[in-house]
Write a protein that binds this ligand. Structure first.
Ligand code: SF4
Ligand code: SF4
Length: 274
């Protein structure tokens, strides 16, 4: 199996770069001889919105979803914890969601499954300045390229319901691409906080309402009300909170009473030092 690092190197060096108007021929349906073969032994990285959609689809909490359906690889090279879809423990390592008729969570399948056979890259090099491009993942076992209709990349994105996922992804991108993660020295506490706010929304909701967070910061009443039940609003608030708490931007406003208290405390200690 190709590792993500090998795939990245291959794509950046060799793959033809596609824009929205470029076209490709592809079709996937139950009559292809390889039907369901690709839903096994594969690394599917989950986005925060993937987790939100899947846990809602299954009617379980994000914690239960992560426990049962995800695995979070961890080693020294990993700068950001990202969950992967957990495959079954059978010989073929099949996806837990694959059934005889195909994907059993089709309407809520992850971004990467929707995109296939397209991939997307946004290299941070000088030539492209982070501009995204698409590429075709032509794999030998996939017979979908041998027939079917022709698509423009933009048609594929629309037909597969990717736009909604991309809108959620755009909210997360400024966090994941922040140079902060390049240093690779995130403390375990910050790592846990990042993971909770990004992927474990139900735990984050408990944190918001059961900690002193809402006393410490000024949060608009309509947002407080919305995040009690609306997962998408909670996800947006989690990203806002992460940008503040990781020190990227002043996206949260401290409670003025608390700020005055802090200033007094600071002045007191300054005076004591003199
Ligand atoms: S989530 Fe669905 S489409 Fe994606 S690998 Fe699993 S079965 Fe296949
Ligand atoms: S290998 Fe290709 S054609 Fe076959 S089921 Fe998977 S995506 Fe469809």
């Amino acid at each position: 199996m190709t590792t993500p690092k090998e795939l990245k190197a291959r794509v950046l060096e060799d793959a033809p770069r596609f824009g929205p108007d470029d076209r490709f021929r592809f079709s996937c349906h139950p009559d292809v001889p390889c039907f369901n073969h690709c839903c096994a032994n594969i690394n599917i990285f989950l986005t925060p919105y993937d987790v939100l959609r899947l846990k809602r689809r299954l009617g379980i909490t994000s914690n239960e979803f992560l426990d049962k359906y995800a695995v979070v690889p961890f080693n020294k090279e990993i700068k950001q914890p990202v969950p992967l879809l957990r495959m079954r423990g059978d010989e073929g390592k099949t996806c837990q969601f694959v059934g005889e008729q195909g994907c059993t969570v089709y309407e809520d399948r992850p971004w990467a499954c929707r995109m296939y056979p397209l991939g997307m890259a946004a290299p941070r090099d000088e030539d492209t300045q982070g501009q995204r491009f698409y590429f075709l993942l032509e794999e030998d076992h996939c017979k979908g390229f041998e027939e079917g209709r022709e698509y423009a990349v933009s048609d594929w994105i629309r037909d597969q319901g990717i736009e909604e996922y991309d809108r959620a992804g755009e909210l997360f991108r400024p966090i994941t691409l922040h140079p902060f993660f390049e240093s690779g020295d995130m403390s375990p506490a910050k790592m846990d906080m990042f993971f909770m706010a990004s992927y474990n929304l139900d735990r984050f909701r408990r944190f918001v309402f059961e900690s002193t967070l809402l006393d410490k910061f000024v949060v608009e009443p309509e947002i407080v009300e919305a995040i009690k039940t609306d997962d998408f609003e909670l996800m947006k608030f989690a990203f806002r909170w992460l940008r503040f708490t990781l020190g990227f931007e002043d996206t949260m406003k401290l409670n003025p009473a608390l700020e005055a208290e802090r200033r007094e405390e600071h002045a007191f200690f300054q005076k004591a030092k003199e």
